[in-house]
Ligand binder design. Structure first.
Ligand SMILES: Cc1ncc(COP(=O)(O)O)c(C=O)c1O
Length: 205
């Protein structure tokens, strides 16, 4: 990025969902920061705090170290105030207050970290269960990608026609791209889902 003169803009919407650790998941951001990059981050708490619909997140700007760093941040802050005033004016506050309470309380923060570990662990568990079940059924194709991909979403590899068949025959609903939210799987439906995938893969090319 340095060689090409690019400006790093991070979209951070699922922090904690990949490894279960906030710190490990933001390795890339810390790395760029340690390398002395000027950067911005758009951070969402919609998913990792379960605050969908509350429009809660944060915009971070990191200035490179230097004698004019403070002046730069002041100018950025003033520009952001102008943009926010014209674009949003009065943003929703309820979710932001919840996030602020959690982020500023040691005990609640630790609880939140625990919850993230639980959620990430469950997602990993579901990935494992799905792959195991597809392999047990000897569903045609390879299913390693189910466990090698990380985070909340997974590309199943199913095509548009197979996705339609899943919907019509099995009442399983997913994006036409074959992308699923792994969080939608649980120990009660994962076997049904695998059986449905197995069926459509065999039935539809
Ligand atoms: C990668 C990514 N970035 C940003 C967002 C949007 O976050 P928010 O709903 O907090 O604007 C989403 C999902 O909605 C997302 O998947």
């Amino acid at each position: 990025m340095r060689a090409h003169g690019l400006f790093p803009f991070f979209d951070c919407a699922y922090q904690g969902f990949a490894t279960g650790s906030l710190v490990e998941d933001n390795f890339a951001i810390r790395h760029f920061e340690q390398e002395g990059f000027e950067l911005v981050i758009a951070q969402s708490f919609a998913k990792n705090m379960g605050l969908y619909g509350q429009r809660v997140g944060a915009f971070h700007y990191v200035t490179p170290a230097g004698p004019d760093a403070q002046e730069v941040t002041q100018r950025i802050s003033s520009q952001l105030s102008i943009i926010q005033r014209s674009e949003l004016s009065s943003p929703p506050i309820y979710g932001a207050k919840i996030a602020s309470i959690i982020l500023n309380d040691e005990q609640l923060f630790a609880e939140w970290e625990d919850d993230l570990r639980t959620m990430a662990g469950r997602i990993k568990g579901m990935r494992k269960a799905l792959r195991l079940e597809l392999e047990r059924l000897q569903t045609p194709g390879t299913w390693k990608h189910v466990t090698s991909q990380i985070g909340m979403f997974s590309f199943t590899g199913l095509n548009k026609e197979q996705v339609a068949e899943l919907r019509n025959r099995w009442h399983v609903y997913m994006a036409e791209t074959g992308r699923i939210s792994v969080a939608g799987l649980n120990e009660h439906n994962v076997a049904y889902f695998a059986r449905a995938v197995d069926d459509v893969v065999r039935r539809v090319e």
